[in-house]
Write a new protein. Sequence first.
Lengths: 293, 308
Amino acid sequence: MPTSALRRTQRPGKLAGLSAAPDPQTSATRYKVTGIRVLRSEWAKFWSLRSSWITLGVAVFLLVLFGTIASYTYSPGVTTGGRPGPRGGSGDSDAVSLALTGVTFASLAVGVLGVLLAAGEYSTGMIRSTLTAVPRRLPVLWSKAAVIGPIVLVLTMIGALAAFQLGSPGLDGEKIALSPGDDGVLRSLAGAGVYLALVAVFGVALGMLVRSSAGAIAILVGALLILPGLATLLPDSVYDSINPYFPSNAGSAVYALHQSSGSLSPGAGLAVFAGWVALTLGGAAYRLRKSDA
Amino acid sequence: MIEARELTKRYGDKTVVDNLSFTVRPGEVTGFLGPNGAGKSTTMRMIVGLDSPTKGSVTVAGRSYADQAAPLHEIGTLLEAKSVHPGRSALNHLMALAHTHGIPRRRVDEVIELAGLSSVSGKRVGAFSLGMGQRLGIAAALLGDPAIVMLDEPVNGLDPEGVLWVRNLLRSLADEGRAVMLSSHLMSETALIADHLVIIGRGRLLADTTVDDFTREAGGGVKVATTETARLRALLAGPEVTIASSADEELLVSGRDAREIGAIAARHGIALYELTPQAVSLETAFMDLTRDVVEYQSAPAGAERKAA
């Protein structure tokens, strides 16, 4: 048979040196998937993409830039733009809320970062490699959340503090000026970091749930920015009772220095926003487990 | 070893894989053949747990894929579609996979060298050619030193040197005692590498055979021309011999090779004017087998012209 004859004679001798088998010490029963290793893998995956660095950089940059500018351009009596205060709020500024003007913009950036980390796997096909390496699947989702959360938490906390400090000279002599040692200042700045970390995890969950970057980003923007505005169309009584529970409103309560009327306390806001994130994560976990990749 | 038992996958009312059972054994190269759309890729996706079967089951080394403690060590996979983030370098892609199993950097460097990617391992995968992408996929498949290697259309996009490389590589993997499964829609290419053939069409098993058997069955026989057809016919007859007559003074004999026929004729003093082994290509045999189940059949060129 010409075919099999060919086949036999083509057996390579020189491949032996470059065998597909690793050298004996390397092999092989030690190979095993563990939660820590999946985490290690996701950590490496996060940092090995240029888009992660860029998006993260943009988030921190926006946070610092807008906070600093808002502080320098502040003049008493004029409400400085930025994050829309809850309806009924008097729009009174304080040094912290000025420093955190950039949170809304940064939240979009870190949300997109989360979406890209998750949905990017699907749009590129990387998910097939990922899930063949980790067929139990769920560790991938937890690891992505566990990687992006702390990274965003640390960097945006630093960013928030930087915005506050850089903006302080701009408020020198103003009535609203505060120092980091003042009551609640550090809690608020840290709260901004916690909020942004949760937004990033929210992005991961949305990305895993929707599996498309565009779709997940649309939902993210809708949930954080459009939903509260849309809700103003509701009758006042309904609006007033549900408004504080929208993701972005509950979230902004986390980093507000003073609890404004009609909004939640920082603790309650954190609980509500974390609830939204947990709900989405649950949906993402369900879809990841149940449906074909 | 891969064992598929009554594996079935339906999408809506379309059955992509239909009651498919087969075994991929260690030490052999199993060719997994079928026309486009036959369900090869879906079957492979089910083997590694990316898709879950509607019915039936498939196990890798006796266990379902999701229950493997070290899946990359059990089975290395190259899927047809690209499964790499284009923004990552080849090295970082392999490292990301290696981390999940605790595979050391040394092993990653080994497979990069094995796949001939050393000079481009730091480049973003998005800039890779189709062939380099295939090499990276094969490197990833070998990363965990797997007992089974499963490759979906591995020679797609490879240059002749690359095709030869894959052929030799798969052969040596099988000779090391690993189970090798590769899918293809090209019979001729597969026959050069494979020992065993699993042929499917429209998701159903058409043939589960060896390359040698398939080639023998496909063999086109020997054309013999002589004036004494009746006498020769009687002399050649035998239990596994079939003889057809394509024209006057012409016989088509299968079951005996040209040498035998010539010897018999000479012994009995029959003059032969022609004695030609008929080469039926494996490709033709494969197409005959799968003709009825081709999913996307092209109309014959003549018919198309008539219609136009």
